[in-house]
Design a protein around this ligand. Structure first.
Ligand SMILES: *Cc1c(COP(=O)(O)O)cnc(C)c1O
Length: 383
């Protein structure tokens, strides 16, 4: 059994263990049952119907709440399902302030889905506390921040933003997908809700799609649970088990991925044709010092700019070990062209203003040998 005082890597390794005293099973059970027998009229075992609650999902949710330091975690069928449920917490006429350096799908659902229902959003540079303050209106209800940002890895000051949120009574939401609680714990820095696409680092093997919300206080956790149970975007029990299994190695995977990302970033800086490298672990990155204070490492995501769109396209065609694919955070390294792939739904003018053009490549660093990753990039970027 794990207790409160264990380190995160211990909690992760032991996640879901010893949940069945009858058999002593180490790995937790998968409960596929959709429904549960009532012991009597008006009585329950704690489980009635799997949309409302499932033992395997509960094991995972309790583990995630502990890892992020929240009171309640909810697990969803995808990161977008988690975000959609969160946005359902707001009503027509409410206004959100959102990072402009943002996952493209979050922009799309706000712009093209929730926009229709009258939920308003303003996109600002959340690395600037002043820009956030200036965007607050009487209708503003929440701030949603990704840090580091996607794809340019801008770093927002979570403690300072938490102060702004408290003084304007805003819900402070942090998308912690890029770092996970192993590297950054936003609830401890003043956030109210943490969001994850568990498809990324938490799942970590590019074989699972899942999302997470973690609430700091019970009342909000209950409100979000009400929305999850009412709309039904839950993660199936088999996938809950797979995510529990994946989380056991999260700390280990990240340690390797961060170390390799650092090596690759430093190597890229001296490659002909590479004009800029965006990695917060580099001293000249504008968010370096801030990230050092609020996170325990710099993550495994980096972006870089090459001199011509042709070089970027050629690199994507030439890579052999690294896959040209969307997504991130898995054990396999992936390279993508955000302007076309992950951020294609952001209007061109806006994209270019942000610096997301066809010379920008984003690399998700896996657990392969750093030498092999570098060798693959070397031949792909040459000439
Ligand atoms: C991928 C991603 C999402 C969306 O999650 P899905 O699991 O793909 O639905 C949200 N936020 C960030 C930062 C992401 O990378």
């Amino acid at each position: 059994m794990t207790d409160k005082n264990h380190h995160l890597d211990t909690v992760l390794a032991q996640l879901g263990n010893n949940t069945d005293p009858q058999t002593g099973a180490i790995s937790c059970a998968i409960h596929p049952s959709a429904t549960y027998r009532h012991p009597g009229v008006g009585q329950t075992t704690g489980f009635d119907y799997t949309r409302s609650g499932n033992p395997t999902r509960q094991t995972l949710e309790e583990g995630l709440a502990k890892l992020e330091g929240g009171t309640r975690a909810l697990v969803f069928a995808s990161g977008m399902a988690a975000l959609t449920t969160l946005f359902l917490h707001f009503k027509k006429g409410d206004h959100l302030i959102v990072s402009e350096d943002l996952y493209g799908g979050t922009y799309r659902v706000l712009d093209q889905v929730f926009g229709k229902f009258g939920l308003e959003a303003t996109y600002v540079d959340t690395t600037s506390v002043e820009a956030v303050k200036a965007a607050v209106t009487p209708a503003t209800k929440a701030l949603l921040v990704e840090t580091p940002g996607n794809p340019l890895l801008g770093v927002a000051d979570l403690k300072a933003l938490a102060t702004v949120c408290r003084s304007h009574n805003l819900l402070f939401v942090v998308d912690n997908t890029f770092l996970t609680p192993v590297l950054q714990r936003p609830l401890e820095l003043g956030a109210d809700v943490v969001v994850h696409s568990a498809t990324k680092f938490m799942g970590g093997h590019n074989d699972l799609c899942a999302g997470v919300l973690v609430a700091k206080d019970e009342e909000l956790g209950e409100a979000l649970y009400f929305l999850q149970n009412s709309t039904g975007p839950v993660l199936p029990p088999q996938d809950c088990w797979l995510l529990i299994r994946s989380l056991k190695t999260l700390a280990l995977r990240l340690e390797r991925q961060c170390a390799t990302a650092d090596k690759v970033a430093r190597w890229l800086q001296q490659v002909d044709g590479v004009t800029q490298v965006y990695y917060p672990g580099l001293k000249d990155h504008p968010g370096h010092d801030r990230m050092k204070q609020q996170a325990s490492s710099f993550g495994a995501m980096l972006s870089f700019r090459v001199d011509t769109p042709e070089r970027a396209r050629r690199a994507l065609e030439r890579i052999q070990l690294i896959a040209f694919a969307e997504s991130l955070g898995g054990v396999e390294s992936l390279l993508t062209l955000p302007a076309v792939q992950t951020h294609g739904d952001i209007p061109e003018e806006e994209r270019l203003r942000l610096g997301i053009d066809e010379c920008l490549l984003r690399l998700s660093v896996g657990i392969e040998s750093a030498d092999d990753i570098i060798a693959d990039l070397e031949q792909a970027l040459r000439g």
